[in-house]
Design a binder for this molecule. Structure first.
Ligand SMILES: [Zn+2]
Length: 502
């Protein structure tokens, strides 16, 4: 699991210009903020790097040269916007205007935030310079182009062979090809970015971010291999037809991962294409698109002040916008946490561990004879684990989570029926069997919840004596042996207060 911050492109330089600082200052600030938040949220990367490394620059230049050598990159002269007041070319986000596709008035030169279409600044209606507000004029300039049209047929065939992709991802990608794949400039008149490894264009030009950023997946894999002292280990994934590659992105990034990156990989040759690109749709807030740059929505850092990390992960995962945009409200987050996570899973663990302490001194009791209810509940939990595994494999993360929660509900239902707190007065052995069985269920469910609730799942497994020393808990129900001494009964989650009125 590798990724990183992409550090090039006009989003960085525009902000640096606004603040009057060097682009690297912006890069360092955001990268450390991302890393802090991933840590706080319990993200477990093999490597989270940046595209600012010497390794990434070398890998990008190698890919550029191979594609150039194979004729998939060529040099062309085109008209680009130029700001006569600032006396410079205006790549991408240095131009804003009206989207030619949807009429949105604040479209940026590289992409419309409203309709997600990628744009060429020259297509904008009523363009204006982000630097001076001037109306830019067109001037000729030389750039390298990626000949995307070379790959149209191959990409279409490949996309049509994809099974189980999210419909919106496949439709968007095929639609792009149907419209005709346009060759795209992959260099810019800009001083910030990977240096072009041939000296054909003169000074003041760089490889642009949308060519180099996607190469970050490969360069991060190579960096990971080097850091682990096995320089060639990246080949086990990238040159191995049995490997599987999943790209977790938002829908505004679809064409870069289903068209452009596969085209670069095909042009380079010998490297594996994506297995799946399960792009999420957007999270919205009161109907508006969440956007850090526009200050809409709740930043992760702020949410982490209000909610425990696993609780926040649960509430968000229950609402992942897998097939449609999802509006997230504080009420919804609170409902998911209080009514589902605390009431069902947290409560189950707490009452079973508490009762084991109350009736058996905190030692897992020896079970007596099984009744059908004991067998049934364990079968239900094992089935939930198997089903959740299938759903995760198909990147149906919401369904997998709901399946596991249903397993916890089934276990609560089992306790309500068997009433171990009542049988404790009449048939303590029966109470022992019930609690023993419920502890096995909890063991299976904690393993299942671990990808969603890493910190608290580990706590549950530690409490019931299951070994958690492996970095990833096994996807199975570990046996909780009788005689095991349980840890103390500490509530897993706290209820959260509903948001204030208004
Ligand atoms: Zn638009």
């Amino acid at each position: 699991m590798v990724s990183g911050s992409d550090v090039h492109g006009t989003p960085i330089t525009v902000r640096a210009d606004d603040e009057g600082v060097a682009p690297q200052v912006i890069v360092d600030r955001y990268h450390s903020e991302f890393v802090e938040q991933w840590d706080a949220l319990g993200f477990d990367w093999d490597l989270f790097t940046t595209t600012g490394t010497a390794n990434h620059h070398a890998v990008t230049q190698d890919m550029f040269l191979r594609l150039l050598e194979r004729g998939h990159i060529d040099k062309r002269t085109s008209n680009q916007f130029y700001d006569p007041e600032a006396e410079r070319f205006l790549p991408d986000r240095y131009v804003e205007g009206t989207c030619p596709h949807c009429g949105y008035g604040e479209a940026r030169g590289d992409q419309c935030e409203n309709c997600s279409r990628t744009l060429d600044p020259i297509d904008l209606i009523q363009p204006r310079s982000r630097l001076t507000g001037a109306t830019p004029e067109e001037r000729p300039t030389d750039h390298f182009y990626l000949r995307l049209s070379d790959f149209a047929e191959e990409l279409k065939e490949w996309l049509l062979s994809r099974e189980n992709w999210r419909k919106h991802v496949l439709n968007f990608s095929l639609g792009w090809i149907e419209e005709g794949l346009h060759d795209r400039a992959i260099t810019r008149d800009i001083e910030w970015g990977v240096e072009i490894p041939v000296d054909d264009l003169g000074p003041g030009k760089r490889i642009y971010v949308w060519f180099d950023a996607v190469i970050g997946y490969l360069s991060a894999s190579k960096e990971w291999a080097q850091l682990n002292g096995r320089d060639e280990a990246w080949k086990d994934w990238w040159e191995n037809p049995d490997s599987e590659h999943y790209y977790f992105i938002g829908k505004d990034n679809i064409p870069f991962h289903t068209i452009i990156w596969p085209a670069i990989l095909l042009g380079y040759g010998g490297l594996e294409l994506p297995t799946d690109v399960p792009a999420n749709q957007f999270v919205t807030f009161k109907g508006g698109k969440a956007s850090a740059s526009r200050g809409i929505g709740t930043p992760i850092g702020e949410a982490l002040e209000r909610y425990e990390p696993d609780a926040l992960r649960y509430a968000l995962a229950s609402n992942f916008p897998e097939t449609a945009d999802v509006d997230i409200t504080e009420d919804e987050l609170v409902r998911r946490i209080n009514d589902e996570l605390v009431a069902t899973w947290g409560n189950l663990v707490n009452r079973v561990v508490s009762m084991t302490h109350r009736y058996f001194g905190g030692v897992v009791p020896e079970p007596g004879d099984n009744e059908p209810a004991d067998v049934d509940v364990l079968t239900a939990v094992d089935a939930a684990l198997a089903d959740a595994s299938d759903h995760l494999g198909a990147v149906r993360l919401r369904t997998a989570l709901a399946t596991l929660l249903a397993g916890a509900q089934a276990t609560n239902q089992y306790l309500s029926e068997l009433e171990p707190w009542k049988t404790a007065k009449t048939d303590l052995r029966r109470t022992g069997t019930t609690l023993f069985t419920a502890l096995q269920c909890i063991s299976g469910l904690a393993a299942g919840f671990a990808p969603y609730l890493p910190a608290t799942s580990k706590r549950v497994l530690d409490t019931i004596g299951v070994d958690t020393s492996a970095r990833q808990p096994a996807w199975e129900r570990a046996e909780v042996a009788d005689g095991t001494e349980l840890g103390p009964a500490v509530p897993l989650f706290s209820k959260v207060e509903p948001p204030a009125e208004g």
